[in-house]
Design a protein around this ligand. Structure first.
Ligand code: ATP
Ligand code: MG
Length: 570
């Protein structure tokens, strides 16, 4: 491709609203352009990268036995009402009406459509299992579209759905997808972790893993073990129960002390010099029409998902200031578990403490020498907190957990029969009995993945595409297009490379060398061949973008170096 013909304008500065590196670079290097908030055009370079990601995804999906289909984006709203998700998705659904005022939505995902499809196509166990997938534009009216392709309102997703006749069958389909995802992300040059994930709102039974690209700007916190391969979302990571001290220590009687205006853990630590792990904090929550207290150590955070699950509630929230005051008899900074007229859920780390400091249930007072079980009830003890950095790994019991930020690029999920039951996707088993199909769903954010890759592969000068995804494989830079010799050598090389099927971009613009180098670094093609003054002697410069390696080579050599670099891809 001649760069002079390419629809490409590079920008010196990124628009101010672009905060993450990938957003800035994709705009600056002319890969994408914004049309509206969270809505983007892919320019030729961006489209090429996207196609390469799609090709890898297709390759691995096909190899796993999944079959490609293409379902409509436009879906009757009734279908979503039938599944009950019309309400759940709420404002995130993009809606429209046809000329007969029938309501439609633009698909944010396709469980409803695919379940209806399979319900009509398959009626016997003989046709199962089956896994189908598509690569398609999705629409979600996100509250806060941000970071360019990372959170769009219109974005590209690969979604797959498996249908099985038994839970063992589902396990098998799930593992097949899980393995295919590993292959896909590996081939995309991504540093990632598959983490145990909370099943969130999609519902259904069974397991779920999220594939996280490790990146400082990621919205999710992942707890990773220092010694085994355990990795889990912060919301999901399991906290080990502490070993209770076997020696019964005699702790003095509970004692009230004056703490005027000291309401927070930080104040207790700073003003009274009390270590946070010696404090017991009590938070009042509301959920399912009830009010209750959760008690955790001062240095720990309540995990609301774990608490909701324990109580079988869909959502809980901290009680308002006034509600706390009327229920606990004191404002929140002085609430404690001793004598509290509420059900209390005690985190296991607190239950393992010998003694601690708590609010005294009276304004401007705290208790010391508070002993769990002696001074407050341990009837309901469980894992109610987020893990903390340095906690022992719940899997190997040897390593410790540390935190990293991640971008969710993929999600595999055992749905069970949630949709097949609601939408009537059943089959006849061997004995002729009707059974609901057992489903799994599996997504990859293709456009988000493109951004996540840039987050991991760039430097201050621009992008550095992995070999498998670069929009072109070789970038030839002609230093002076006025020099006929340089042009002839560059064109000769371009022809040879093109003949070999090596995708080559040739910078044939009448621009200064500095401009060409800057643009080439920004665009980030893995290999550059610089054709300059030495062309007259049959030599060119060979540059590797990622390592900044630079060598002068004769033309024959450059060809074999390029082939070697891309082996076994070409
Ligand atoms: P998130 O928590 O980031 O909103 P999600 O849990 O809503 O993601 P899924 O419904 O599991 O996402 O969708 C499958 C995949 O689609 C995700 O793993 C992610 O990679 C991608 N994805 C989801 N929402 C967006 C978006 N707004 N823009 C780009 N990609 C997205
Ligand atoms: Mg979402």
């Amino acid at each position: 491709m001649l760069q002079s013909n390419l629809l490409l304008t590079t920008l010196r500065e990124a628009p101010s609203e672009a905060e993450t590196s990938s957003h800035q670079l994709l705009l600056r290097a002319g890969y994408i352009r914004q049309l509206a908030a969270g809505v983007y055009t892919y320019l030729p370079l961006g489209r090429r990268v996207l196609r390469k990601i799609e090709a890898i995804v297709r390759d691995e999906m096909d190899a796993s036995g999944a079959q490609e289909v293409l379902m409509p984006s436009m879906q009757p709203a009734e279908l979503w009402k039938e599944s009950g998700r019309y309400e759940v998705y709420g404002k995130e659904l993009m809606t429209l009406q046809d000329r007969h005022e029938r309501e439609f939505i633009l698909g944010p995902t396709h469980e409803e459509v695919v379940t209806t499809l399979v319900r009509n196509e398959i009626s016997s166990y003989r046709k199962l299992p089956v896994t189908i997938y598509q690569i398609q534009t999705k629409f979600r009216d996100e509250r806060r579209p941000r970071s360019g392709l990372l959170r769009g309102r219109e974005f590209l997703m690969k979604d797959a759905y498996s249908f099985d006749i038994s839970s063992e069958g589902l396990d098998k389909s799930y593992i097949q997808m899980f393995n295919a995802y590993h292959q896909i992300f590996k081939r995309c040059g991504l540093e990632f972790r598959a983490v145990h994930a909370d099943s969130g709102a999609i519902g259904g039974e069974g397991g779920s893993h999220e594939f996280m690209a490790l990146a400082g700007i990621g919205e999710d916190t992942i707890a990773i073990c220092s010694s085994c391969d355990y990795a889990a979302n912060l919301e999901q990571a399991e906290a080990l129960r502490p070993v209770k001290n076997e020696f019964v220590m005699q702790v003095a009687e509970i004692e009230k002390f004056h703490t005027p205006d000291i309401r927070t853990i930080d104040q207790l630590e700073q003003e009274l010099d009390i270590q946070q792990e010696l404090i017991i904090k009590t938070l009042v929550y509301e959920g399912g029409g009830q009010t209750f207290a959760v008690v955790v150590r001062g240095d720990h955070e309540v995990n609301e998902i774990k608490v909701s699950k324990y109580l079988g509630m869909t959502e809980i929230k901290l009680a308002e200031y006034d509600a706390v005051k009327s229920l606990a008899g004191v404002e929140s900074g002085f609430v404690g578990p001793v004598g509290l007229p509420l059900t209390i859920l005690v985190d296991a780390a607190v239950a393992g403490m010998t003694e601690g400091i708590t609010g005294a249930g009276e304004k401007d007072y705290h208790f010391r020498n508070v002993v769990p079980a002696r001074d407050f009830s341990l009837e309901q003890v469980g894992d109610f907190r987020n893990v903390a950095e340095g906690d022992v790994c719940p899997h190997c019991l040897e390593g410790v957990l540390h935190f990293q930020q991640g971008i969710e690029v993929g999600h595999v999920f055992k749905l069970g029969t949630k949709y097949s039951e609601k939408l009537g996707a059943s089959y006849l088993d061997r004995s002729g009995k009707s059974q609901p199909m057992i489903m799994g769903c599996y997504g990859i954010g293709i456009s988000r993945l493109m951004s996540a890759i840039v987050e991991q592969h760039h430097d201050e000068d621009g992008m550095m595409w992995p070999k498998t995804l670069a929009p072109y494989q070789v970038h030839i830079l002609i230093m002076s297009v006025k020099d006929a010799e340089q042009v002839a050598v560059a064109e000769g090389l371009y022809e040879q490379l093109t003949k070999l099927g090596i995708e080559t971009l040739i910078d044939d613009r009448d621009e200064r060398a500095g401009v060409k180098f800057k643009d080439a670094s920004l665009i980030g093609i893995p290999l550059c061949v610089v054709v300059g003054k030495q062309a007259a002697q049959g030599s060119v410069e060979y540059l590797e973008r990622a390592t900044a390696g630079k060598e002068v080579l004769v033309i024959m050599e450059v060809m074999s170096r390029i082939k070697e670099f891309y082996s076994p891809l070409i």
